[in-house]
Design a protein around this ligand. Structure first.
Ligand code: UDP
Ligand code: MG
Length: 332
């Protein structure tokens, strides 16, 4: 296969209903550009027929390559694996559920040709999302903005074009708790946003339940800010000061001879309050500790069961797993 100029990188978890349409829409858009392209589909340990559907697509069109994970590793890792294996000069990461319209890709490419190395989609509007998702998303973007040191653009998801140079930098960042939005902001380079309309899912349901959204938010915050850790000491000092003050007042009242108000209720309330505060901060420390533990174990980011459609002579991926040995070349 000739070196593709563009790579489309899409993670998929249980997307059997969506993939054929995804391929059709993308192929239509990409073929119009008249330059060689490839599609890197990452099967993130799907439990439905997603891997079979991917292989059918590959059989029809050898430009479709597959990274088949040995289990589910989550969206951010799946996108990472796709970027590790993609070979284009520009790579576009896009969800497989057609929420990000493929028709916007030529616009991203146009900005890339103007010299921008990161062109990220900005959700100008969102269709078919619950008010709860919109509200929590907004809250999340504000929180991230307020807490982190890097400038993460508001309302930018994981639909973006990355120049190979930027991807090479990202490949060097092997942190486990990944927040790609933050990481792409962190690397710098010339960046620009392109507004687009985020559609409703083509089929199936969201694979991002609240639990995973909270996880991503925590990874984003802990990965790019140590403010929460510092918060503990500030709060500690405030509480300590307060405690001293109350102690002094009680002592003063005692000396003056009047019995201080010593209701049991008050004591219990104060105890609970302090206990709660301490546990919250212990939890925050735990979050960071878990991150450190994750990193020091030094495990690979993902394990690959099979690679389909990547030739042996291709650029080696940066992933530290044994995936290369397991690379199965195909007829392409
Ligand atoms: N996805 C994945 N692994 C997961 C969860 C999701 O690869 O563990 C993929 C999913 O197939 C989709 C993309 O990530 O292509 C975004 O997920 P989803 O549409 O469910 O999230 P939402 O758009 O609702 O935030
Ligand atoms: Mg989606």
């Amino acid at each position: 296969m000739t070196q593709p100029r563009f790579s489309i990188v899409a993670p998929a978890y249980n997307e059997e209903q969506v993939l054929p349409e995804f391929y059709r829409r993308l192929q239509e858009v990409m073929d119009k550009l008249g330059e060689p392209w490839e599609m890197v589909l990452v099967n993130d340990g799907s439990r439905d027929r997603t891997p079979q559907v991917m292989r059918t697509l590959h059989a029809q069109d050898p430009r479709v390559c597959i990274v088949d994970f040995a289990r589910n590793f989550g969206h951010q890792i799946a996108v990472t694996a796709g970027l590790d294996h993609a070979r284009g000069a520009a790579m576009v990461t896009i969800d497989a559920d057609l929420q990000d319209p493929p028709e916007v890709i030529p616009e991203l490419i146009a900005r890339w040709k103007e010299g921008y190395q990161v062109v990220y989609g900005v959700r100008a509007e969102r269709e078919g999302e619950t008010w709860f998702k919109l509200f929590t998303a907004k809250l999340f973007y504000r929180l991230i903005g307020a807490l982190t040191d890097v400038d993460i653009p508001l309302e930018a998801g994981d639909f973006r074009l990355l120049d190979r140079e930027v991807v090479q930098e990202l490949r060097r960042m092997r942190e486990h708790r990944r927040f790609l939005r933050g990481m792409t902001s962190w690397v710098g380079y010339r960046q620009v946003g392109v507004p687009y309309l985020r559609h409703a899912r083509f089929a199936g349901e969201t694979k991002y339940p609240l639990r995973k959204m909270v996880r991503l938010a925590l990874d984003g915050i802990t990965g790019f800010s140590d403010l929460p850790l510092k918060l503990a000491s500030s709060a500690g000092f405030v509480l300590l000061g307060l405690g001293l003050l109350v102690g002094l007042i009680l002592l003063g009242l005692r000396i003056a001879g009047s019995m201080p108000l010593a209701g049991q209720g008050l004591a219990v309330t104060v105890a609970l309050l302090l206990c709660g505060t301490q546990l919250v901060f212990l939890g925050i420390i735990g979050e960071y500790l878990a991150r450190i533990y994750d990193e020091v174990r030094g495990r690979p980011l993902y394990t690959v069961q099979e690679l389909v459609g990547f030739d042996e002579q291709d650029e080696p991926s940066q992933n530290a797993t044994t995936s290369e040995e397991k690379c199965y070349g195909s007829e392409s």
